[in-house]
Write a protein that binds this ligand. Structure first.
Ligand code: SF4
Ligand code: SF4
Length: 367
């Protein structure tokens, strides 16, 4: 017995595919499937998170509708994957957030922007909020002291990190129900290489299928821009924090300094990548997609785009009277992004990585 309709359907499909095995060279899903004779919920959630939704197995399959087997692996695994985030989330009370993700993100973003705006207005009044700080080189700390900013975001990050770690622990444990394995450092290294190149988004070398039966590398390219853009922005913040605490160098930094260079390149990647992903999503064949979590999918991409847009605008206009409003907007959006990370699409990256670690260990031990 499976706990959801999608899991029952995934079980049926994996049983068909396990007899057929025509697609075994396309991605990691099919070799992982072949190591099993039956599929518990944990196995199916694991297989769904190995799937990168390239559509290759739908294009190649001879058993799609109108065949009576009605095989559609990408769409079924997409539903299972989205539902798996809610199934493993910590705390469980937050599981409903995934289905109403777009609404939750919108309301929370409005609340956090308002909180930063009102907080700064209370301290500085409109005279301080709407004036240029050219005399302070456009330093954000003229409006919000560094310690307050660092304290708020350390607390927000700690809450989000705790929820993410405990959610991944739940996922890892459930995935190992029918095929227990012991992980080795080499498995993590292999998973890092597979994730860094997004190896399984290439559909066995043919690319990812969009609106026609021709594979392209578009989704992989925009995923790379988004992922590396995010990592560069993270690196920029980390370097700036080291400058502040280790070297005693306070922001703002000149345009050629490392935090600004990393943040600018990352920010541009985070503008182009999300737009490309949204366009690619619009073009994709609806037959291989699942629309029931559209708010979660689109909400996260839009939040990444807005984070970058407000961050770059803030950097360019920091010495103008717009700095106060832009700072409240940017900090509010980043806080909402961090707070919703464990309860939205961001988790797909962490679950995929965890599934890749597991796959690497399974291959090492059982193939
Ligand atoms: S998707 Fe179709 S062709 Fe591929 S293994 Fe499954 S049943 Fe066979
Ligand atoms: S990654 Fe591509 S080929 Fe593999 S199961 Fe998913 S859609 Fe099919």
């Amino acid at each position: 017995m499976h706990t959801t309709k999608a899991l029952a359907e995934a079980n049926r499909l994996m049983t068909v595919c396990n007899s057929c095995r025509y697609c075994e060279g396309l991605c990691a899903v099919f070799p992982a499937m072949e190591m099993r004779r039956s599929f518990a919920d944990g196995d199916l959630n694991y297989l769904a998170n190995l799937c990168h939704s390239c559509g290759g197995c739908y294009i190649d399959c001879q058993f799609t509708a109108p065949h009576e087997f009605d095989v559609n692996v990408p769409r079924t695994l997409a539903i299972v994957r989205s539902e798996s985030y809610a199934a493993h989330v910590w705390p469980q009370a937050m599981s409903g957030v995934f289905r109403r993700n777009g609404l939750v993100i919108s309301l929370l973003t409005a609340a956090t922007i308002s909180a930063f705006f009102i907080g700064m207005m209370l301290v500085h009044s409109s005279g301080g909020m709407f004036r240029a700080y050219a005399d302070a080189d456009g330093s954000f700390y003229a409006l919000m002291p560094h310690n307050v900013m660092a304290g708020v975001f350390t607390a927000v990050s700690a809450v989000a990190a705790l929820a993410m770690v405990l959610s991944i622990r739940n996922f890892w444990r459930a995935a190992g129900t029918s095929l227990p394995i012991a992980m080795a450092p080499a498995d993590i290294w292999q998973a890092i290489r597979d994730a860094a190149t997004m190896r399984y988004l290439e559909g066995g070398g043919q690319g990812c299928y969009e609106d026609e039966a021709v594979g392209t590398d578009n989704r992989r390219f925009y995923h790379h821009l988004t992922f590396y853009g995010f990592m560069l922005c993270f690196a920029s913040t980390s370097v700036a924090t080291s400058y502040h605490y280790l070297l005693g160098m306070e922001a703002p930094y000149p345009w050629y300094d490392l935090p600004v260079v990393l943040g600018t390149i990352g920010g541009i990647g985070l503008l182009i990548g999300p737009v490309g992903l949204l366009l690619a999503k619009k073009k994709r064949d609806p037959m291989v997609q699942d629309d029931s979590f559209r708010g979660m999918e689109v909400g996260f991409i839009v939040m990444l785009f807005l984070t970058s847009l407000t961050g770059l605008a803030l950097m360019l206009m920091r010495e103008t009277a717009a700095m106060g409003v832009l700072l409240a907007l940017h900090l509010g959006i980043v806080a909402a992004l961090f707070l919703t990370m464990p309860y939205g699409k961001f988790m797909h990256g962490l679950y995929r990585f965890t599934a890749l670690v597991r796959y690497s260990a399974e291959r090492r031990l059982h193939m």
